[in-house]
Design a protein around this ligand. Structure first.
Ligand code: AMX
Length: 435
């Protein structure tokens, strides 16, 4: 049976030729005009990056290597007795474009378990963080420190040839993904006083081990939730802040640990990954203000008061999507199956019926529909993981899958240093003077 690295080694030469052919045929073609507004407007819609793992359609949502979320839920291998896809399989798909066999997925689980230990000094680093330091800051700190043992950085120092970059980058990416549960578990236990971090069980899958490190492995539905959660949070094409930050920093040949730490720092922003924490805070504040089982009228009033205070409704809107996020829908399906009577889920569903109409009426947001973050917190809370400051860490563990897959390909295809051109407002005025 082939390992992921062996399969990748086979695929790379053909993909190098494929990219050459695409560039020879289309390389000089224009993608349309660039508007000055796009320079000021966060580069929205600017075609600027290659990202192979997934592509986001504004109306349909994400496709991982061409496959929708329902398709991957159907196609990817499951744990024995489980019904959600194993993130191991999603990683194989992101890297190769191929659906792996059950045996290949099991081999990945074992490989990651074998790589999972973190250096003692990183454990000490985490143990010394004050519990008041946000879990995402601790996470980023620890991932940066993993660069101490980077295979890529070492190979570069030893003069590895450009053609061989992908091998050490692959090793770092595998180590990165493998070590994240131990980092996340340690942060969780330190910050919330949950005792000692248990050992990794090499006979179990990645999500089971993640759940066990957090202290939730005996809840089988929670383990299933994590399998789904990691899978759907893994990748959302290349232009979002965390994906782009990782790719950008990787383009300087910073090793995958340094590159992914940059992703985490971006994910920690409230307009991006931190929105899952913000959603729960917002729901809790709403409950304390208007009580449980509030009327639609009371919820409407609360939503309007959020907008009137100049705040965003967390979990709603998206820079690219223009419909309900299929990652939201997948989580809603999970809730309908496993926790239909949970009071907080009922509130999330009630909010779903109310917020889009208000955002449309307010007339500013281009997309009034919920995104992935509107739903994840209520699921985690249901199983007792109610420490919302920790939620973005789980998003971060998942996002490593997508960023790592692209970092491997960027090094395999010799992606150059990213360096777009910037202009001053004065320069813009001069360029267009009299035009
Ligand atoms: N509530 C209130 N106002 C909103 C809004 C929301 N949920 N979504 C967008 N708007 C406002 C914007 O703030 C902006 O106002 P402005 O003109 O006064 O600056 C206006 O509508 C136009 O924004 P847009 O073009 O529709 O969105 P964008 O591409 O600039 O930003 C996003 C996208 C996600 C940052 C924004 O919708 C938002 O702030 N949502 C709430 C936070 C959130 O859920 N983030 C998570 C996104 C998913 C993820 O990355 N994990």
């Amino acid at each position: 049976q082939q390992t992921l690295k062996e399969r990748l080694a086979e695929l790379i030469p053909a993909e190098i030729e494929n990219v050459k052919a695409v560039r020879a045929e289309h390389g000089k073609k224009s993608f349309g005009p660039v508007l000055v507004d796009q320079l000021y407007g966060g580069m929205r819609g600017l075609p600027a990056l290659i990202w192979d793992g997934s592509v986001l359609d504004p109306d349909e949502g994400i496709r991982f290597r061409g496959k929708t979320i329902p398709e991957i839920q159907d196609l990817l291998p499951k744990a024995p007795g489980g019904s959600e896809p194993l993130p191991e399989g999603l990683f194989w798909l992101l890297v190769t474009g191929e659906v792996p066999t059950q045996a290949q997925v099991e081999a990945l689980s074992k490989d990651w378990a074998a790589r999972a230990a973190i250096p003692e000094f990183v454990e000490e680093l985490l143990d010394r963080c004050p519990p008041t330091l946000h879990p995402m800051s601790q996470f980023s700190l620890a991932v940066t420190a993993l660069n101490h043992d980077s295979t890529f950085a070492k190979a570069y120092q030893q003069g590895v040839s450009k053609k061989e970059y992908w091998g050490p980058a692959f090793e770092d990416c595998m180590d990165l993904i493998a070590k994240l549960p131990n980092i996340a578990g340690r942060i969780y236990r330190n910050v919330y006083g949950q005792g000692k971090v248990p050992a990794i069980d090499p006979t179990k899958d990645y999500s089971w081990n993640m759940a066990n490190l957090l202290g939730f492995a005996e809840k089988n539905d929670f383990v299933e939730l994590l399998r789904l959660y990691i899978t759907i949070h893994s990748d959302h094409e290349g232009g979002n802040v965390s994906a782009h930050a990782g790719k950008l920093v990787g383009s300087a040949l910073s090793d995958p640990f340094l590159a992914f730490a940059a992703s985490l720092n971006g994910l920690a922003g409230p307009l991006h990954g931190l929105a899952n924490q913000e959603v729960l805070l917002w729901l809790r504040k709403m409950q304390s203000k208007i009580g449980e089982n509030a009327t639609d009228e009371a919820v409407k009033e609360y939503v309007w008061s959020t907008l009137k205070n100049g705040q965003v409704v967390p979990g709603y809107g998206h820079a690219v999507l223009r419909k309900t996020d299929p990652r939201y829908s997948a989580q809603r399906e999970f809730a309908l199956k496993h926790l239909p009577n949970d009071p907080l889920f009922k509130l999330v569903a009630q909010v779903f019926n109310i917020v889009p109409g208000i955002l449309l009426e307010a007339g500013k947001a281009k997309n009034p529909w919920p995104n992935v973050d509107a739903h994840s917190g209520v699921l985690l809370t249901h199983y007792g993981l109610d420490q919302m400051n920790f939620y973005t860490v789980l998003f971060g563990v998942s996002r490593a899958f997508g960023v790592a897959a692209q970092l491997i390909w960027d090094r395999a295809l010799g992606a150059p240093l990213e360096r777009p051109k910037s202009y001053s407002t004065d320069a813009i005025k001069k360029i267009f003077a009299g035009k």
